[in-house]
Design a protein around this ligand. Structure first.
Ligand code: ZN
Length: 304
């Protein structure tokens, strides 16, 4: 099952790529928005799986997609979870749960966006597999049961301003990675059964068409099941929460000299079996805002 957030409405993405409105197709039982689906995930999924593909869908314009989980209570992001990225960052590979930092919800967007480069910053890319929680945890979940708590997977970019991140004696991860638009996600949520191997997905990130990151989630030091198991032993996970699982090597910070994003550049982040994100970067005006011409148009009114 593929679930998208189209114009703030939950839609299923059918095999033909067309959108089926959840609220209409369920006679009002689910939706119209996607947020309310996660606390009822098991019930919703059972309904969605018996829905006949009747060819009544509408085309999807990716620009109108929002985040698959637009209002998570927590966005939890792991660092140093691939050995090659830990090495390029100058750290040993973690032996226990890798370092975790928050990405604040205000940085969350859908898959296609314009991102303002912070003035004086060094903005970098980090493609990441993102797991969306579909079942609450109370206490530690065994690794064997961890995938049962995952609603699905999506693509994420952990965009990072290295200047802010390293502006303090200990790294300022949360703020450096939470400027507006620094957490694009999408294009939709894919349930793990749709993937040939949920633990082995190729990731690729390009900047202006040049490949800057290539990896595979089979190289995660702590895979999705282990992350959820260890994490749930410390904090409660809530339906709709996002877990950014970490990035493979190839970030700009790890290069000699470092390479950062310039105004006008386009970043495309792709994960096998899921889809892609597309970000264009612009310079901030003198107030730190996007130039007026680059501000996203207000969302169109949608009849229900
Ligand atoms: Zn990251």
């Amino acid at each position: 099952m593929r679930l998208a957030n189209l114009d703030d409405r939950a839609v299923l993405v059918a095999a033909d790529g067309l959108a089926i409105d959840v609220h209409r197709a369920s006679g009002g039982r689910f939706g119209p928005d996607v947020v309310g689906l996660y606390p009822r995930w098991d019930e919703f999924r059972a309904w969605a799986e018996q829905l006949p593909a009747d060819g009544s869908g509408a085309p999807i314009d990716p620009v109108r997609l929002g985040p698959p989980s637009p209002a998570p209570r927590q966005i939890l992001a792991f660092g140093l979870n691939y050995a090659d990225h830990a090495a390029e960052s100058g750290f040993a590979a973690p032996q226990v749960l890798p370092p975790l930092f928050p990405k604040f919800v205000s940085s969350l967007t859908g898959p296609v966006s314009t991102v303002v480069l912070p003035a004086g910053g060094d903005t970098d890319w980090e493609i990441e597999l993102v797991a969306v929680i579909g079942r609450a945890t109370t206490g530690r979940v065994a690794q064997a049961a961890a995938w049962d708590h995952v609603a699905g997977l999506t693509v994420g970019q952990d965009i990072s301003d290295r200047a802010t991140q390293f502006s303090t004696p200990a790294p300022q991860f949360g703020l450096g990675k939470s400027f507006p638009g620094f957490a694009p996600t999408g294009p939709w949520l894919v349930t793990p059964d749709e993937l040939s191997d949920r633990d082995s997905l190729a990731l690729q990130c390009t900047l202006d068409g040049q490949i800057v990151q290539e990896g595979n989630t089979k190289d995660l030091l702590f895979g999705v099941a282990r992350l959820i198991s260890d994490l749930s032993g410390i904090i409660a996970l809530h339906p709709g929460d996002l877990i950014f699982t970490g990035t493979p090597e190839g970030v700009g910070l790890g290069r000699t000299p470092p390479l950062y994003i310039r105004p006008g550049q386009e970043l495309v982040s792709t994960i096998e079996g899921i889809g892609e994100l597309r970000q264009i970067f612009v310079a901030a005006d003198e107030h730190g805002h996007a130039p007026r011409s680059q501000r996203p148009a207000p969302a169109p009114e949608v009849a229900s």
